[in-house]
Design a protein around this ligand. Structure first.
Ligand code: A3P
Length: 324
């Protein structure tokens, strides 16, 4: 019998591949989406072995659309009766270490669920690649998306830090500018990790139309606009609505404050801690907290770039009652 790593290596050799030369990483196209080999290994492991429970709440979203924030909010909602406010694990842990990412943490530890005291999990996997056990278990999915222009800008800065571009290109402004333009082309063509972005959003959006009870579909911008409203909505959706007493005590507002960009980014753990992805991949926790603004794309994109992204968006979303 072949070992799973041999089977995986054989699978890789059959997949379309492109060298994401800006960040010097090979990406493989699997079921219509691009991944680096380690994440793809995790995706396949989830597809083959993960067993969802009907009580699971799965947070899904393309990278850089607000996953960290949403995880913090859902964790705080789910565990609010377990911890005294001053002992909340969010004060000493990166949200990703409290709400595991299936394709990363399940690969590192198949028994990850046993280490949790709640049922919130997360993934960046596209809807069409989710294992049957998730789509048929009756569990709930909370999906977050964001204006593609801000998503790209956030994505670019995140990966630039990850792949130490500055060492490779000397960090000069010219090189940085050209890497931004090159990466922008890749994003527009869908050839970035977890891309194409639009297919990811549409996969979940279409599924949410078919099965509205299974999905809460959210936008980063709406969450920024009225976080208290959405925290209450999240709590109801998670079957953990706030009682009248909790509302009078201002618990939803306290959760919003604890999970705000200012609070989370100011914590020691998020300023100096590290996030372990796998043996050769460790991130600074602070890479997950950059600006937290809407419309930062205006500081980075030319009007032509914005027009190109908006054109792709309106083309892809044509016919759907949905816009960013
Ligand atoms: P920017 O790079 O635009 O600042 P993800 O969590 O999916 O990786 O998304 C990261 C984006 O969410 C980053 O956006 C980050 O700054 C922002 N973010 C992180 N925590 C946040 C919070 N508590 N409130 C609002 N935005 C937050």
């Amino acid at each position: 019998m072949q070992s799973s790593s041999k089977m995986f290596t054989e699978l890789l050799s059959t997949l379309p591949k492109h060298n994401h030369n800006i960040f010097s990483v090979d990406l493989y196209q699997y079921q219509g989406f691009w991944y680096d080999s380690k994440i793809l290994e995790g995706v396949i492991q989830v597809q083959q072995q993960f067993q969802a429970l009907s009580t699971d709440i799965i947070i899904a979203g393309w990278p850089k659309t607000g996953n960290t924030w949403l995880k913090a909010l859902c964790f705080a909602i789910a565990t609010r009766k377990q911890y005294h406010q001053t002992k909340n694990p969010l004060l000493t842990n990166l949200p990703h270490n409290l709400v595991p990412v299936l394709e990363i943490d399940f690969l590192n530890n198949p028994k990850i669920r046993e280490t949790l005291h709640h049922s919130v999990l997360s993934t960046h996997m596209p809807y069409t690649s989710l294992p049957k056990s998730i789509t048929s278990s009756g569990c709930k999915i909370i999906y977050i998306c964001r204006d593609p222009k801000d998503t790209f800008v956030s994505f670019y800065h995140f990966f630039r830090r990850l792949h130490v571009l500055s060492t490779r290109v000397g960090g000069s402004k010219t090189d940085l500018d050209s890497s931004f333009h090159d990466e922008f082309d890749m994003f527009s063509e869908g050839k970035t990790t977890n891309g194409p972005y639009w297919d990811h959003v549409l996969g979940y959006y279409k599924a949410s139309l078919d099965r509205p009870d299974m999905f809460l579909f959210m936008k980063y911008e709406e969450l920024v606009e009225d976080p208290v409203f959405y925290v209450k909505k999240l709590a109801r959706y998670m079957d953990k609505p706030f009682s009248l007493e909790e509302e009078l005590e201002g618990i939803p507002e306290k959760i919003v404050k604890t999970c705000s960009f200012q609070s989370l980014s100011g914590l020691e753990v998020n300023k100096t801690g590290k996030y372990y992805v796998h043996e050769s991949y460790m991130l600074d926790n602070n890479t997950f907290f950059r600006k937290g603004n809407i419309g930062d794309w205006k500081n980075h994109m030319t009007p032509e770039m914005a027009k190109r992204i908006d054109g792709i968006t309106s083309e892809r979303l044509r016919g759907f009652d949905f816009s960013f």
